[in-house]
Design a protein around this ligand. Structure first.
Ligand code: NAI
Ligand code: MG
Length: 360
């Protein structure tokens, strides 16, 4: 299979973890006889330095011509003083908008060999496999008006939570499609006892469900969902929710498995290409040391193989290789109890590639 992959390293450890994932993709290419072309492009703080723009036009061009995008992370203290439009994160928001990436998928799975590093008891998290489907381009983060005002003679601020029915329908459809590949259960999370936008969300979810008679739909209020994630996460499978609720719940759920360094994500729209990136940021505190955990980005590339290229077997092999590396006890610093004997980014990456070659 021939595929074009856009690689956007970004800033800080973004560069290190993306290089690791690119090596893994090259191993898949070799082991399974595919042909991947990699095209590198700038985004984030580095792009602001070189092009005065966190998402230069050439980067967007490369992305639009690709079959899938792999992104590291953007940002860091060097760019914190910049005004809104020049901020590295603006590059991320813009790429999502430009490519119409309205669905953010964040899987959270427990790994047998990492059960000890979770803040929760092992029996609560052993076997957890949750997929959070977050709406990414609407809701409170984009609604207008958002502004400062004077209300009753005082300084005040306004944000707007707005959703069109079509925006709700397409994200709920996405969740149902994903549920079909899993346990056929969707929990739609809202705040329908208080918010009008949530009442429309719930009605639309019910309507959409009629097209998916094989999938079970349940509704849950967001405050209850926050509790269930901690209390009995094994009961949860696909969760679909609006932008801000999804932002918060996915960060909460991510802590079930213990480390930010393990969490992949995908952002997709109605058309190609989708974008794959680790959940974590650019980790300026450890950048350049060669100690970053590359597994979140490697797992993101596994999602790419599955969702963008339909390469289920190759994707499974990458995930299996990750499991094996962990169970051998080859742990990067963020997962390791003994930091002095922790494995480097490169050691972990090489070990994943070795297992892929063996499993293929
Ligand atoms: P962060 O995720 O970069 O780091 C939080 C903590 O986790 C740090 O102690 C870091 O060393 C550790 N960590 C994160 N990923 C790791 C990995 N793969 N291996 C080992 N340790 C890891 O979040 P923080 O510190 O809040 O933000 C740092 C910068 O990253 C900021 O400029 C922020 O805006 C940006 N950021 C970018 C994101 C993106 O590009 N999608 C997402 C989140 C933050
Ligand atoms: Mg977040």
């Amino acid at each position: 299979m021939e595929k074009k992959i856009a690689i956007l390293p970004g800033d800080g450890i973004g560069r290190e973890v993306v290089e690791a994932a690119a090596q893994v993709l090259k191993q898949i290419e070799a082991s399974f006889d595919h042909s991947f072309t990699f095209e590198y492009a700038d985004i984030g703080g580095g792009a602001v330095d070189d092009y005065d723009d966190p998402l230069p036009a050439h980067t967007l061009d490369i992305c639009k011509r690709s079959d899938a995008i792999l992104l590291g992370a953007v940002g860091g203290p060097a760019w914190d003083h910049l005004p809104g439009e020049k901020r590295p994160e603006k590059g991320l928001l813009r790429i999502r908008k430009e490519l119409g990436l309205f669905a953010n998928l964040r899987p959270v799975r427990s790994f047998k060999s990492l059960l000890h590093s979770s803040p929760l008891r092992e029996e609560v998290i052993d076997g957890v496999d949750v997929m959070i489907v977050r709406e990414l381009t609407g809701g409170l983060y984009f609604g207008e008006p958002r502004e400062r005002r004077t209300i009753d003679g005082e300084e005040a601020a306004v944000d707007t939570l707005v959703y069109k029915k079509s925006e709700i329908r397409r994200i709920v459809q996405q969740a149902f499609e994903i549920a079909r590949l899993r346990t056929q259960k969707v929990i739609s999370v809202d705040k329908a006892n208080v918010l009008e936008s949530s009442r429309l969300w719930r009605e639309t979810a019910e309507e959409t469900a009629k097209d998916y008679p094989d999938v079970e739909l349940e509704h849950m209020l967001v405050d209850n969902a926050a509790m269930q994630i901690m209390y009995d996460p094994k009961k949860l499978d696909v969760i679909v929710t609006e932008n801000m609720f999804g932002d918060i719940l996915s960060d909460e759920a991510s802590m079930l498995t213990g480390s930010l360094g393990m969490l992949p994500s995908a952002s997709m729209g109605s058309e190609k290409p989708a974008l794959y990136e680790p959940v974590h940021g650019s980790a300026p505190d450890i950048a350049g040391q060669g100690t970053a955990n590359p597994l979140a980005t490697i797992a993101s590339s596994a999602m790419m193989l599955k969702y963008s290229f339909g390469l289920q077997r190759e994707s499974d092999v990458v995930e299996e290789a990750i499991e094996q590396v962990l169970s051998e006890g080859l742990l990067p610093a963020d997962l390791s109890r003994d930091k002095t004997s922790a494995a480097s980014t490169e050691e972990v990456t090489k070990a994943v590639c070795t297992h892929i070659a063996r499993l293929a």
